[in-house]
Design a binder for this molecule. Structure first.
Ligand SMILES: *Cc1c(COP(=O)(O)O)cnc(C)c1O
Ligand code: SF4
Length: 343
């Protein structure tokens, strides 16, 4: 089944056979953006009520329930935003969000209260103010473009933005976080790859991918084009109940990533975004999954399992740990403890 345009309304989803009733989706869409590209729709099996791709993009009534611990700004970006569109939490790097538009809208998005607003695209004066902030702070070595999805910018605009960032002498590299290679792989044109590869300084790309099926032949071709242009590729995955919460699916995903020349970077514990309780697991469950991958999966295919501390205190690894300081002992991949140094 395929549809050749992006689905955005309850009626679109009904017509595509992806939902049975419009009412809950209409209610969800009043609060949160909805979009499924043809590339994503093609990955969904509409006959499977537990389809892991549909679960990521098709709105569900569960999103209308919020829990008391959920937050519109779950990782406290606002408190660390000195100028509009820029977040400066760590001394050596800043986030810049030139736009809040994405190719697809993920139901678990941690910025779901903000994404989808085309009017939030930064204007020239706002871009200039953010770049002046970076230029005035030599400690900043890395500018991370996120959003929204920076690869939704027309290649020419991206080229101009990259050029202006790279002109700041103390900026060593730009990192781009994007869902485009899997959400709308057709956008990764030779022109776009050329812009990224020809920016004059290193451009790294972290692709957001959560399920092995997302690495379709079209996505693989997009990644290959980027790798061929000299872009080091990383991945970020959100750990999600009903999508990738088994060791088998994670193993298949991380193997598919390294096969596509992508180094798994982060496995994110899901943030406390509003209406996403149905996606969350416990940290103990996440640690058990990571532990089961250690030993059976190549070291280059293992991401770091991280949690972004609510309120803005930062992103940190949450284990599992293999070293017991008090007992001076180390666990092997099978879970048996060994004293170190040995007695
Ligand atoms: C996640 C994040 C970064 C990037 O962190 P890394 O650990 O370098 O990937 C930078 N700034 C902010 C504000 C962030 O939330
Ligand atoms: S692509 Fe990223 S920013 Fe956009 S909706 Fe998905 S998780 Fe959110």
């Amino acid at each position: 089944m395929s549809s050749r345009r992006t689905l955005r309304t309850a009626q679109d989803l009904l017509d595509a056979g992806l939902i049975r009733s419009a009412e809950p989706v209409e209610r969800v869409a009043r609060s949160y953006a909805v979009a499924l590209t043809p590339a994503v729709v093609d990955l969904i099996d509409p006959a499977d009520p537990l389809d892991p791709i549909a679960r990521q993009y098709v709105p569900s009534a569960a999103e209308l329930s919020t829990t008391p611990d959920e937050l519109a700004d779950p990782i406290g970006d606002a408190a660390y935003s000195p100028v509009k569109g820029l977040v400066h939490r760590y001394p050596d790097r800043v986030l810049l969000t030139p736009l809040l538009v994405c190719p697809v809208y993920c139901r678990f998005c941690f910025r779901r209260a903000r994404v989808g607003d085309a009017d939030a695209t930064m204007g020239e004066a706002e871009i200039a103010a953010a770049l002046a902030y970076v230029a005035g702070r030599p400690d900043i070595r890395e500018v991370i473009l996120t959003g929204g999805d920076p690869l939704m910018l027309p290649p020419r605009r991206l080229e101009s933005l990259l050029g202006r960032i790279m002109d700041i002498p103390h900026v060593d590299l730009v990192r781009i976080h994007s869902r485009v290679p899997v959400g709308d792989p057709g956008r990764v044109s030779a022109e776009l790859a050329g812009v990224l590869g020809g920016a004059g300084k290193a451009v790294w790309l972290a692709v957001h991918v959560n399920h092995p099926r997302e690495l379709s032949p079209k996505a693989a071709a997009a990644l290959s084009r980027l790798a061929g242009a000299g872009i080091p590729l990383l991945s970020q995955t959100v750990l999600l109940r009903g999508v990738n919460d088994t060791a088998e699916v994670l193993e298949e995903l991380f193997r598919a990533l390294v096969r596509n020349r992508v180094r798994p970077y982060y496995l994110h514990h899901p943030d406390l975004a509003p209406g996403t309780g149905h996606f969350r697991l416990t940290v103990a469950e996440g640690r058990a999954l990571m532990r089961s991958l250690r030993g059976r999966l190549s070291g280059i295919a293992q991401p770091t399992y991280v949690l972004d501390i609510p309120g803005g205190a930062g992103k940190v690894p949450v284990g599992p740990e293999y070293w017991d300081e008090e007992g001076a002992a180390v666990a092997d991949p099978a879970g048996a403890w060994h004293r170190y140094p040995p007695d």
